[in-house]
Design a protein around this ligand. Structure first.
Ligand code: AMP
Ligand code: MG
Length: 392
């Protein structure tokens, strides 16, 4: 067992086979979560003009405090064309152009009567042109995963479309003669099929375009036919049937279809019997059927592969530092990922392992917000020990 690849070795093998996909133009309004393929540049200064930060009066700072004559009105989108002269004020609204000749804005709260203004300094309450960004500045870099604030920044800078890597097309296939869809009635020995729902949600959150294939029973021909369909995708993810039982048919079927197995089994718990294979450009992940193994295997290997296919700068997994909330026994041979709740204290994120750590216990796992990495070794890790964790 100790000769099995560890998590890092297995991930390195996967990433070796990852080739970034091609690019496509994506409307900024539809680009949430997408990975940028070419830098996106501001097409305007931001703000595009000196603009008012307040509702008030545009003035010359040197004229304040004092009595000024109101000579015009600059509203947002309706600039005052007249320049401001000595002793004059122009009514101005937030976001409106600061008129020629003015160098400050007196907020309306600080004016008494109509034009009696308090003292302001040059530049007060003015947002200078280009203060946020300049034309040609890089707003999104190659490899960025676009998040809401960055989408807002692109739109504000006048960017309508952004070149992104295309989304990986991923097929998901559940195998197992015991599987029934939720909503149907279970016959003796059957269980509800849950892994494709779980996987589809994970895959979509990693940017994939997901096709869930019709589940197949543990039957050779049906398994092979279903796999052949899935092999047309960029990535094929299978669930179940990769262990050592007589009904575990996925690996042999993949081999018969010409797939090359890169590894089978990783020194990790849960999820040891995971298989990784390739055929042509298609990456194939054979996940064990236990739902928690599936959940963990996805985060360790498939999410990084998908981010790699999209040429994200850092494919992860994005481990964070935390501290154990309770002592845990280590596994001698396998790195372990414990499901845990997180608790924030003054100086650390504390990870409280859940009761019910067995790999079929998806309901127990659903209460977890973290997967805590407990490296293999002998003896226990004490409460308070520093550990790495993944958010789930
Ligand atoms: P396997 O990896 O095929 O040996 O399956 C391991 C365990 O996971 C068995 O208890 C299966 O019934 C269960 N299982 C397999 N596939 C699924 C699935 N798609 N949804 C829920 N449980 C599954
Ligand atoms: Mg099975």
């Amino acid at each position: 067992v100790s000769s099995l690849p560890g998590i890092d070795d297995a991930l390195a093998l996967v990433l070796d086979w990852v080739q970034p996909l091609g690019g496509e133009d994506v409307a900024v309004a539809r680009a949430a979560g997408r990975v940028v393929a070419e830098p996106a540049l501001a097409v305007t200064d931001l703000p595009p003009f000196d603009s008012s930060a307040m509702d008030g009066y545009a003035v010359r700072a040197a004229d304040t405090p004092g009595e000024l004559t109101v000579v015009g009105h600059s509203a947002a989108g309706r600039p005052e064309t007249r320049a401001l002269g000595a002793g004059e004020a122009i009514v101005i609204s937030t976001g409106a152009v600061v008129p020629e000749g003015a160098d400050a804005v007196v907020p309306i709260e600080r004016t008494s009567g109509e034009v009696e203004v308090e003292r302001v300094g040059p530049g007060d309450n003015v947002r200078p042109r280009g203060g946020d960004a300049r034309t040609g500045d890089v707003i999104a870099e190659r490899g960025d995963v676009l998040r809401p604030a960055q989408l807002g920044a692109l739109a504000a800078a006048g960017v309508a479309t952004v070149r992104c890597t295309r989304r990986p097309r991923v097929s998901v296939l559940a195998t197992g003669s015991e599987l029934r869809a939720p909503g149907e009635v279970l016959a003796p020995g059957e269980i509800y099929e849950s892994n494709t729902v779980l996987l589809a949600a994970q895959l979509e959150s990693a940017g994939a375009e997901v096709t869930v294939l019709e589940a197949v029973g543990d039957e050779e021909h049906a398994t092979r036919a279903a796999l052949e369909g899935g092999l047309q995708s960029d990535v094929l993810v299978t669930s179940g049937g990769v262990s050592v039982g007589p009904h575990d048919l996925v690996r042999a079927a993949l081999a018969a279809l010409g797939a090359e197995e890169i590894f089978w089994r990783v020194a990790v718990r849960p999820g040891k019997p995971i298989a990784f294979a390739v055929r042509g450009e298609t990456l194939i992940f054979g996940l064990p059927g236990n739902p928690v193994s599936s959940l963990v295997g996805f985060e360790l290997f498939i999410r990084p592969a998908l981010l790699g296919l999209q040429a994200a700068r850092d494919p992860g997994p994005p481990y964070l530092p935390g501290r154990l909330g309770a002592a845990v026994e280590r596994n001698e041979h396998r790195d372990e990922l414990l499901r845990a709740r997180t608790r924030i204290t003054d100086d650390a994120v504390v990870l409280e392992p859940l009761t019910g750590q067995e790999s079929h216990m998806i309901v127990r796992s659903a209460a977890a917000s973290a997967l805590v990495l407990v490296p293999r070794g002998t003896g226990a890790l004490a409460a308070g020990a520093p550990v790495s964790y993944l958010r789930i």
